[in-house]
Write a new protein. Sequence first.
Lengths: 287, 358
Amino acid sequence: MWKLIGKQRNVVSLRPTPPVITVSYSVLFLAAIVSILPFLYILSTSVKDTQSLFSYPPEWIPEQLFWGNYVKLFQETSFLNWTFNTIFIGLSITILKLIIDAMAAYSLAKLQFIGKHIISSTLLMAVAIPVAALIIPLFFIVRDMGLLNTYWALILPALANPLGIFLLRSFIVSLPDELIHSARLDGASEWRVFTQLILPLISSGLVVHAVFTFMLQYTNFLWPLVAIQTETRQVLTVGISSLKSNFVVDWGLISAASLLATIPITILFIALQRFFLAQSLSSALKG
Amino acid sequence: MTEIAIEFRSVFKKFDDFVAIRNLNLLIRKQEFLVLLGPSGCGKSTILNLLAGIEDPTSGEIFVNGKLVNYLLPRYRNVAMVFQSYALYPHMTVAKNIEYPLKSDKGLSRNRDKITKMIAQAAELVDITDQLSKKPPALSGGQRQRVALARALVRDPEVFLMDEPLSNLDAQLRDTMRYHLINLHRKIGKATIYVTHDQQEAMTMADRIVVMNEGSAQQIGTPLEIYNSPVNKFVAGFVGHPRMNFLPGKSLGNRSVQVGEFKLTSSRDTGQKGTPLVVGLRPTDAKSKKGYNNVEGKITAREFTGTDTILTLSSGSIEGVRFRHIGGGSDIEGDTACFSYAPENVHIFNEDGKGRFS
Ligand SMILES: Nc1ncnc2c1ncn2[C@@H]1O[C@H](COP(=O)(O)OP(=O)(O)OP(=O)(O)O)[C@@H](O)[C@H]1O
Ligand SMILES: [Mg+2]
């Protein structure tokens, strides 16, 4: 009885007290300001013309909103192409990667086959190699395959990144073997075990993997810079940075582009945040 | 003529250096209800896994209906199994769980009405009809176990494998389920291997029992054989409640033994005069009056169980021997009591416990 009450006391004492709440909210508030300020700054810059950009004192909200940057972005640059390329390549990579990684993860986690150990340690070594070290050999390989300057040049190398296999494998390893045995005894083929049992049971892992893959691709800069030369085939990151390379830096234009570029990823994040914030929280709680 | 459904022929299973199954030879008839009985870790589940194809034998052969199945994938073995851990599909409703094994039958999967009826029947049998739309995580342990049972019973397999399928049910429900399972078994007559560590459950349900210990089958026989003629100390001690008394003794030759100050005559061979051996006396075989083979002592404890009283006796050379006295009894601690044994109830074992005396 005493133990029980003691336990309840413990729980009560874990509940934050008013001063703790005040402090933590202040910290969160500060962090929010720090992260939102640059965003507001480019928002403000994107609706100013070049003259008022450097006016003193700086004004956050210009007296007259200037839409010229946006007009210029759509009329004089390949911004729409870049956006399409980025999303198309990002989605292709995400979908293909989910399929490949989930299958590889299942076989590494639950199937027995010759060479499994070697394959899995090779993959692990591949994770350890920094991307920068890969760029030059990758360039030659892709060039020799004749794929430079194509979508394939961006899609194929990304598929070879094994990190996602390990992420999904850890989800699959935690599923009890008996489930799989039971399904096999119930007459399920290996494909049905995979699609009807494994995939639904690791759906949260798949979402996490999908979001991270897409985000990583969305912000990828170095490799597209190397692999793509035609301006209309370029992705957003490289495209936007190319806007400043003409001796004069058009900050208004770049701000407008940057602002628009954040929209798709923000939508994705908001749509799925509940899902994978809860997921990382619950896996954190499980320890 | 009795047909053989399953045969294990010199099957061994090792996990690294650990021998989980040691030289298993076992024939199971069609329509037989075979119970694997043994303490935790003796290899009961491993035997089921070998038959289901979840584990491969290290050596030896397994036959189902005369066909070697060592290399057959689990899904082609047509075996329905209730897992000790239930292994319910957590993302599917109870109804979907029960339906799952039916899905691989292409002809059936077009007949929606029939499937619904089969699910309802299986659910009815284990009394979970009102849980069909829930998912397993929302069920209690006993309910989950019943879903696992229903998922096995919905099929029409070659063999049923049940790994302690009633372990999580309350006493009353377990009794009804035992009765249902035996009835069902009589009706459909498929070979069934049923695992339990409850000797009473084994006794009431089995056609034959395999008593297991540390990976080897100690004795295979009908409940009566196992109870009346246990082949060694382990079997004798595992089957029957309260547990059999084991007393050290010495052969007097001519089927009689000296145990402490008592001389007992057995219907079993006792070997050469002077051989040390172990005498087994079941508390429940004791007659509470002086007779032929008498054991006498001071009562040191008494446990009243309702229909009878278990008395613990000690005498000069033997201590803590228990006897059943039918009824309440008026004996009190410190009194002297005397019990007698018919010769066929005096069991004789080797001193090392490894076998029956012969
Ligand atoms: N995959 C495995 N790897 C290593 N050892 C194993 C494995 N499976 C079972 N064993 C061992 O084999 C022995 C028999 O296990 P098994 O599960 O068959 O016991 P059991 O009789 O079913 O016991 P219980 O009544 O507790 O379920 C145990 O000692 C266990 O530790
Ligand atoms: Mg077991």
